[in-house]
Design a protein around this ligand. Structure first.
Ligand code: DCP
Ligand code: MG
Ligand code: MN
Length: 333
């Protein structure tokens, strides 16, 4: 898995966000405490949205998602310029190694721990056969440096144009949306998350062969956009791309998901994120007696079982049914 960078230019609390993200990585990769992982990320998200610098732990304590313990850490960082907890974490070379290895795409906390326990602590040692990497992890290692580089918005716009032109060569009716941080209008992204559908490709349709992800991936390879495959299933491609004709540009992680047309806007909402925003949206849905996921929005019966899927033809439908004011992607933090 990759690291999340807080790329909010001119953020007056950048250093605080950075140490909170580092604590979050530690909780995810080493402690495996998802609760703390999310708590640190929520606090960092709050701080990264502030227009001014936080002056004290006490002031931070009043902000959403910042409780007593995180406020104390902010206070310590503001007064001493560092954090004892992080210094101690980084004194332990097992922690440092686990954190490094989880930066390889395809290596999660469990595999990283297994590797470090076997004495494999460097990228050089990962190349040894005894590391027993799977195909995804080998690709992650091969492109380690490139996959760590953030992707400028401009470059994704060009990749989007190449991808849409090529896919619509095959059938003009295909609909392609690049979601993720790009759709939230971030200046840089960690990867490219593309969704694909076709009006004839529906969950109750008989003509579901109108769309084949394999055909599309083959054609994007022919067009020199896709350069490597991590995995290719009926509905999900994970792989590597490079802007055609730009050999100097880094290789980029690209995911393409083929989604039923009637489930497309639930998928667009989900894959636009952010993941913290999705969590809040799902919690709100539950409070409204609905269940929301990447496929559908369903009313819950009094017994608490999901009913029929609501008809959703745009993202606005989802907000409207849940009685929420519409939020533009850029505001979904
Ligand atoms: N997503 C989610 N929960 C997860 C993982 C993903 O809700 N555990 C959704 C929200 C994300 C989207 O999928 O925005 C894409 O996932 P990414 O990991 O690619 O995240 P982003 O595109 O938001 O950020 P980055 O720029 O790092 O790729
Ligand atoms: Mg992404
Ligand atoms: Mn992604």
């Amino acid at each position: 898995g990759k690291r999340k960078a807080n790329d909010n230019a001119g953020n007056p609390n950048q250093d605080l966000c950075d140490f909170l993200q580092e604590l979050a990585q530690y909780e995810r990769n080493v402690s495996k405490n998802v609760f703390k992982y999310n708590a640190y990320r929520k606090a960092a998200a709050t701080l990264s949205g502030l227009p001014e610098r936080v002056k004290s732990g006490e002031e931070a304590r009043k902000l959403p998602g910042i409780g007593e313990k995180i406020a104390k850490k902010i206070e310590e960082f503001l007064t001493t310029g560092k954090l004892r907890k992080l210094e101690d974490i980084n004194k332990d070379d097992t922690n440092v190694a686990i954190n490094l290895l989880t930066r390889v795409s395809g290596i999660g906390p469990a595999k990283a721990k297994e590797l470090v326990d076997a004495g494999i602590k460097t990228l050089e040692q990962l190349k040894e056969p005894r590391a027993k990497l799977n195909h995804h992890q080998k690709i992650g290692l091969k492109y380690f440096d490139d996959f760590e580089k953030r992707i400028p918005r401009k470059e994704i716009q060009e990749i989007e144009r190449v991808m849409k032109n090529a896919i619509q060569d095959l059938d003009e009716e295909y609909i392609v949306t690049i979601c993720g941080s790009y759709r939230r209008e971030k200046e840089e992204s960690g990867d490219i998350d593309a969704l694909l559908t076709h009006p004839m490709y529906t969950s109750n349709g008989s003509k579901n062969n109108v769309a084949s992800l394999k055909n599309i991936v083959d054609y994007l390879e022919k067009k020199k956009l896709i350069v490597d495959t991590i995995s290719l299933g009926r509905t999900k491609f994970m792989g590597v791309c490079q802007l055609p004709g730009s050999k100097d540009k880094p290789f980029r992680r690209l995911d393409i998901r083929l989604v039923f047309h009637d489930q497309y806007y639930c998928a667009v909402l989900y894959f636009t994120g952010s993941d913290l925003f999705n969590k809040e949206m799902r919690a709100h849905a539950l409070a409204m007696k609905y269940t929301l996921n990447e496929y559908a929005l369903k009313r819950l019966t009094p017994e608490g079982t999901p009913g029929e899927a609501e008809e959703i033809t745009c993202e606005e439908d989802i907000f409207r049914i849940l009685k929420l004011p519409y939020k533009e992607p850029k505001d979904r933090k």
